[in-house]
Design a protein. Sequence first.
Length: 208
Amino acid sequence: MRKSPRRRSAAQPPESAVDFRFKVCLLGEPGVGKSSLVARYVLNQFTERYSPSVGARMLKKELRVGTPDGDVEVVLLIWDVMGEKTLAALLKDAYFGGSQGILAVADLSRPDTIQALPGWIGAAQSVAGSVPVVLLGNKNDLDPNIESTESFGALAERSSTPCWLTSAKTGENVETAFQTAAAAILERYRADSRSVPSRPLAASASQP
Ligand code: GDP
Ligand code: MG
């Protein structure tokens, strides 16, 4: 049984039986495993074949997030954007506009993809605002060397960002990473709602 009344996202009216719909973006260098992570999470599939994304793809996933007031049903609208930086820069308003959260993905076997993350996150937040970020160090099944795992952890610590070592291939931490993002977005949403002062009666009475 539900412990709390249904609430509505201010931005988008929800589908039936859904409390919130949040847009999240995956970003990171080409080939780090963004599309594979979405395929694992939404379809429970994995392929070794690499088909570079053309344009952006959106997949939906419904999940349940625990809050102090009880569980809520959330639909994540997951945007998998193509990793080509120049095009992503051109299209960043469309990709990142209205995003309520970011999953920033690096390939632990390619240290350059870790160094590239702050640039990607900065580009997305310049459009979406300072929305919650979760860092994913992907391809953990390839036994990455300790230096790259440490540099990934150091980036997370510097930016006070939650992070997970993931594998789209084995499924390690994939669900948990998306769940962390949904919980962080929900927590931000609740904090923002609390910080909005309710309008004084006199002021609302003067509205047409
Ligand atoms: P994207 O360009 O970031 O969307 O990357 P893709 O999801 O297309 O993945 C690029 C390549 O890496 C593909 O050949 C995938 O099969 C492979 N790949 C993705 N995730 C993993 C993973 O966790 N482990 C391993 N071993 N390979 C992966
Ligand atoms: Mg892709």
